[in-house]
Design a protein around this ligand. Structure first.
Ligand SMILES: [Zn+2]
Length: 144
């Protein structure tokens, strides 16, 4: 099933937006004018690394994704409407920035710590918004 995601709105517009490919997500960061490091979310009052004030002019977009650090299977819905069980994980989305996210695979055995993940838009049951799920960049498998 292919759905045109471009007609939907992001559930968390301060965090992400649809990327140019119409399927993956770009994340909104604040890039510190002092130390150049990225902070997330972008609407933080100050750089999370050095504390320097950041404002809207510091906002940059980067392809959403990162490195999978750890993960756990949840048997209750973390977000209303999510099927269970679902898998939640900690993903390092930038240097020294770790966020918890929903992992868009059905089985933990498809995952491994250190795996490269990509943030994808997933249509939500409301029919008006899309949410964010992380999937392995190499979703085709290929583990030896
Ligand atoms: Zn800084």
């Amino acid at each position: 099933m292919t759905q045109d995601l471009t007609t939907l709105q992001p559930l968390r517009p301060t965090l992400y937006r649809l990327a140019a490919d119409g399927r993956s997500l770009d994340f909104l960061f604040a890039q510190c004018p002092h130390c150049q490091a990225l902070s997330f979310p972008a609407n933080a009052p100050g750089c999370m690394h050095c504390g320097h004030p950041v404002d809207a002019s510091a906002q940059v977009t980067r392809p959403g994704g990162g490195t999978l650090l750890e993960y756990v299977t949840l048997h209750v819905a973390m977000v209303p409407g999510l099927p269970t069980p679902s898998i939640a994980g900690d993903i390092r989305i930038a240097e020294q920035v770790v966020e918890e996210g929903v992992i868009g695979v059905t089985d933990e055995s498809l995952l491994a710590p250190g795996m490269a993940m990509r943030a994808m838009a997933v249509p939500l049951a409301s029919g008006e918004h899309y949410g964010c799920q992380f999937v392995p960049v190499d979703a085709s498998g290929g583990r030896s």
